[in-house]
Design a protein around this ligand. Sequence first.
Ligand SMILES: [Zn+2]
Ligand SMILES: [Zn+2]
Length: 375
Amino acid sequence: MPPDDKTPRIDWPVSLFLLITPAVALASLVAFCLFWQVTWQLVVLFVFFSFASSVSITAGYHRLLAHRAYKARSWLKHFFLFFGAGAFQGSALKWAADHRIHHRDVDTDSDPYNIKRGFVFAHIGWLFYKMTLAADMVGDLQKDRWIVWQHRYFLPVAIFSGFLFPMLIMALWSDLGFWHGLCGGFVFGAVARIVFVHHCTFFINSLCHMWGKQPYNEDNSARDNFVLALLTNGEGYHNFHHRFQFDYRNGVRWYQWDPTKWFIGMLAVFGQAYSLRRVPRTQILVAKMALKCKSVRITSPAISARLDLLRRKVEAAQERLKECSREYQVLKRNLRRQSRAHLVQLKADLKIAKIEFDKTYKQWHLCLRAAHALA
Ligand SMILES: [Zn+2]
Ligand SMILES: [Zn+2]
């Protein structure tokens, strides 16, 4: 019987790739270490390609494209599209569509990596099934021709970025000859690195919904976990992220391990990333306060009443702050618009005054000449 539209179908190429690459990575790593020398260039290659492909997922696919948490210069977007393809996690368009659905429908049947279906499903199992692109979720991204181009030519771009490029670099760079470089590039720059980045990223969908604290929100399974932040380039502060998904930071405190946040911040210093979105500190504190109020048990009725009163006062102050901030932004925008209009008007007045001056001066001069002529 042919499968109907709702029967999940196995995506064989993706499934085989995900199952075979760990075995190939392990076997080739052992064989390479036994028969060839692991040079410092290979270590640098592994670190660079791991970071480039991982940050292209976390800072690029995730925070820039899926959440629009900041804006980036076009070279940076191209960097993310190129190295993101080399991470072999699908096109940016498909990745962002799935991720937006995950945030909207977290922990439900329509969540693509629903943790309620178990660790294995959320970690890797969901990728074994064919899924169509939810185009309606990424209408904004489809207006960008380079994102659409990467989606259309994903496979050749991924093969070049993920395999051929590191192999070529190493073949030209290795001190121990072409074949040492080519094979080393395959093991360290491609297959082992792909498997490493794969599973580190996959932890965000699995363990980050299972293990850790929930300081900002208990309505879904997302959790904050420092150990996972170490493995996921800072994405381990997932409870904060699910509560405030448009913030460019996941580790919101300055000391929280979030290299992706530092990377974006550094780019912003040099003007390559801009319009970074931050949730106001007060809003974060109110979210934490609301959760604390639910969990803390106070035995004294007097203290409980006092705490309640203070909480309401804090919430009212926060509302007032939000209102003021909104008004301030509107006024600032209007003032800017008004001063622009004022400047245009002044320029026109200046031009008219200059013409008037020239005209009257000319008249005076003509008059003077006439007076000389008569004298
Ligand atoms: Zn999540
Ligand atoms: Zn997200």
